[in-house]
Design a protein around this ligand. Structure first.
Ligand code: PLP
Length: 397
């Protein structure tokens, strides 16, 4: 009898989720309807930001943030090599230059001391912004980063795709939720199936800045505005009534080159339903992390592991192990499908074209040789967790 496949991550879809989507499909709007705004408000409430904007995926979210911040040809932006390529690619979409800065080998997050070195070594104004990533669900200390950002005039886009519900404690002992906009200009999230909240495809941008929020609304829909205060054409051209400054319902202006990065109402219905279980999912992820940590803590084959960290949202649970490839293949043969997060971004062939090479990011490169993401999703049963632990231990016996 073949054993059940355990993937590294998986969506959790309930009857309530399905009913919510069916309900939305039976409603008046498939897109541009009120369910999107409802999801955005509930998401802001959960995260603690003033504004949220739902978009078609996390990559679109990054692209819109880069556009709203005015990234242009030659602008240099710093990010981590241990991330999904989209964190860096958004800068290239705007023809900016990506500057990778190495990770801290303990936390796997961008090393803020190395970022500071980079900033000190270059004339002020060299860099326009930074994209920290809450890799695996662990929060970057944005308070420290924002001090640097202020000093060197950088904007911050927090890539929080792995960390809805994650947080760090700042120097005033205040809990700062990932994506709450307190220390960053923008944060972005993804609703890809392996993420905490799954809507198939989907993404969210959060911000506390009203101006940037309005800019995003426009850019999400082709660069079109319906806000008459900002209209640029003559009112006669719009068949409007001058004096009363009255415009007809059909009138709109495309003022900037935007995109169609919209989210749909049935995705929003799924998002709302998923969001109502986000906290329960986090609790389960933390239970799984504790079982893993306890099982592996003194094992000779472990070099390092995600461990137990306050505020960690555990999108992933990472082990650094001896004979990573052997373990990966053994688990695969036994229907446990792990993943490698990530192949360092600076060594992707596309980024090698810009001169990045082996040896540039020693910590990230060493991490890549040993890392493996083992199964982590709320739908795992206790038996699944035990199976993962016992198969890993069996491989090294
Ligand atoms: C860290 C990170 N940033 C950005 C993205 C892009 O999100 P999406 O797949 O929704 O475009 C992902 C998704 O995998 C991610 O993990």
């Amino acid at each position: 009898m073949s054993t059940k496949i355990i993937p590294y991550g998986k969506q959790n879809i309930t009857k309530e989720d399905i009913d919510a989507v069916v309900n939305a499909l039976n409603g008046d709007y498939l897109t541009q309807g009120p369910t999107i705004l409802e999801f955005e408000k509930k998401f802001s409430n959960y995260i603690g930001s003033k504004y949220s904007i739902a978009v078609s995926n996390g990559t679109a979210a990054l692209h819109l943030c880069a556009l709203a911040l005015g990234v242009k040809n030659g602008d240099k932006v710093i990010t981590t090599p241990i991330t999904f390529a989209a964190s860096a690619n958004c800068i290239r979409y705007c023809e900016g230059d990506v500057v990778f800065s190495d990770i801290d080998p303990e936390t796997y997050l961008i090393d803020l001391e190395k970022v500071e070195e980079l900033l000190v070594q270059n004339p002020k104004g060299t860099f326009k912004g930074i994209i920290p990533v809450n890799f695996a669900g662990r929060a970057v200390n944005l308070e420290k980063l924002s001090e640097l950002a202020k000093k060197y005039d950088l904007w911050i886009i927090e890539d929080a795709c792995h960390a809805p519900g994650g947080y760090f404690i700042d120097s005033k002992q205040v809990k700062q939720n990932c994506g709450n906009g307190f220390y960053a200009d923008f944060a972005i999230f993804s609703f890809h199936p392996v993420k905490h909240i799954a809507t198939g495809e989907g993404g969210m941008i959060t911000t506390n800045d009203e101006k940037l929020y309005n800019k995003l609304l426009e850019l999400r829909t082709h660069g079109i505005t319906k806000d008459s205060i900002n209209f640029q054409n003559n009112i006669d051209f719009a068949n409007g009534i001058s004096g009363e400054e009255y415009y007809h319902g059909w009138y709109m202006e495309m003022q900037n080159l935007g995109f169609n990065y919209r989210f749909t109402d049935f995705q929003a219905a799924l998002g709302i339903s998923q969001l109502s279980r986000a906290e329960a999912g986090l609790i389960r992820r933390k239970q799984i992390a504790k079982k893993y940590r306890d099982a592996f803590i003194n094992k000779e084959f472990i070099i390092n592991q995600s461990g137990l960290v306050e505020g960690h949202a555990y999108h992933l649970y990472v082990l650094e192990v001896k004979d990573r490839l052997g373990l990966y293949n053994y688990l695969k043969q036994n229907n446990i499908y792990c993943q490698i997060h990530y192949i360092p971004c600076h060594l992707m062939p596309y980024y090698r074209n810009f001169g990045w090479k082996e040896g540039d990011m020693p910590n990230a490169e060493l991490y890549y040789k040993n890392c493996i993401s083992i199964p982590m999703f709320p739908g795992m049963s206790d038996d699944d967790i035990e199976r993962v632990i016992s198969e890993i231990c069996k491989f090294y016996e």
